[in-house]
Design a protein around this ligand. Structure first.
Ligand SMILES: Cc1ncc(C[n+]2csc(CCOP(=O)(O)OP(=O)(O)O)c2C)c(N)n1
Ligand SMILES: [Mg+2]
Length: 293
């Protein structure tokens, strides 16, 4: 098991406070810059490892950055604190995005990212809860994160804990039927302590979601299962922050975050082949230069 990096964790705490104290435009700029730093780290990490899911990583990084830098009640130095909020990345193939975010928050030293996907590294291609602090459950096989999160939310209620459960799902992932069993149970049990975020980039592994097995009208589907549904631009940090506000509604929340797969790198944006293609060193340089602009 990896251990926390106290210096980075302290910097994360200070940065979180600055973000909380900032006015809206400054807050937006700080979160945007932080997310783009993680995008850059992620690109280098994937280039080094020679594998990864770059398109889905770039798609989800604004959501992960908003959660870890402005929303989640967590402590990277106490990853087992019982009343921490729970975060589950159900689209586990984008582990790279989670690892760069966890490292930036100090859950483990950033130097560990150099070992991504290497033999014996704890940072496997999909997240493992026994090896990586901050990972609450193993994911990778799509369709498991929401059912497990529903269990976590039920457990939180039984324990009378104020902890909240957040789960991020891929849109292609929603074609797994297990999600809809879990959604039905969450609606039935009125799990107000559960928020699901759908990374709605409209692409899955080899094609568009709507060509493969269409999801629309997606908001209506979640509403029909008893959820409070919000739709936002999933790259707009302030809109995401708003959507994460609890209204006191006694229903689970679904945030449909409209995103672009490959976000931030023009030659990757909305292109299906970048699901798990590995960029060349020249492509990484071009991508990093674009993100720095
Ligand atoms: C049960 C299962 N079937 C197939 C796969 C292989 N797979 C990995 S990612 C992926 C596509 C996921 O698309 P989406 O959920 O939209 O993710 P994103 O677009 O954010 O990358 C597939 C089919 C898997 N991981 N699990
Ligand atoms: Mg998708």
């Amino acid at each position: 098991m990896l251990v926390a990096d106290p210096r980075t964790a302290a910097a994360w705490r200070r940065f979180r406070q600055e973000i909380a104290d900032a006015g809206p435009e400054r807050r937006r700029a700080m979160l945007r810059e932080r997310a783009n730093q993680s995008r850059t780290t992620d690109l280098h990490m994937i280039g080094r490892a020679g594998l990864g899911h770059v398109g889905g990583d770039l798609s989800v990084l604004d959501i992960l950055t908003t959660l870890f830098f402005a929303v989640l009640r967590v402590d990277p130095e106490k990853p087992d604190w019982p009343d921490r909020d729970r975060f589950v990345l159900s689209k586990g193939h984008t582990a790279g995005a989670l690892y760069t975010t966890l490292a930036a928050a100090g859950y483990f030293p950033e130097a560990e990212l150099d070992t991504f996907a290497a033999p014996l590294s704890p940072l496997n291609g999909h997240p493992n809860r026994v090896k990586v602090p901050g990972v609450e459950t193993n994911t990778g096989p799509l369709g498991h994160g929401l059912p497990v999160s529903v269990g976590m939310a039920v457990a939180g209620k039984l324990a009378r804990s104020s902890r909240h459960v957040y789960v991020v799902l891929g849109d292609g992932e929603l074609q797994e039927g297990s999600n809809w069993e879990a959604a039905m149970t969450a609606g039935h049990r009125r799990l107000a302590n559960l928020t699901a975020v759908v990374d709605r980039n409209r692409l899955q592994q080899g094609a568009r979601t709507e060509e493969t097995n269409s999801l629309d009208p997606l908001p209506d589907k979640w509403r029909a299962f008893g959820w409070d549904v919000r739709e936002v631009d999933g790259h707009d940090h302030l809109a995401l922050l708003d959507a994460f506000q609890h209204t006191g509604d006694e229903r689970p929340t679904c945030i449909i975050a409209h995103t672009i797969k490959g976000r931030g790198v023009s030659f990757m944006e909305d292109r299906v082949e970048w699901h798990h293609k590995v960029p060349s060193p020249e492509q990484i340089s071009a991508a990093v230069a674009e993100l720095a602009r």
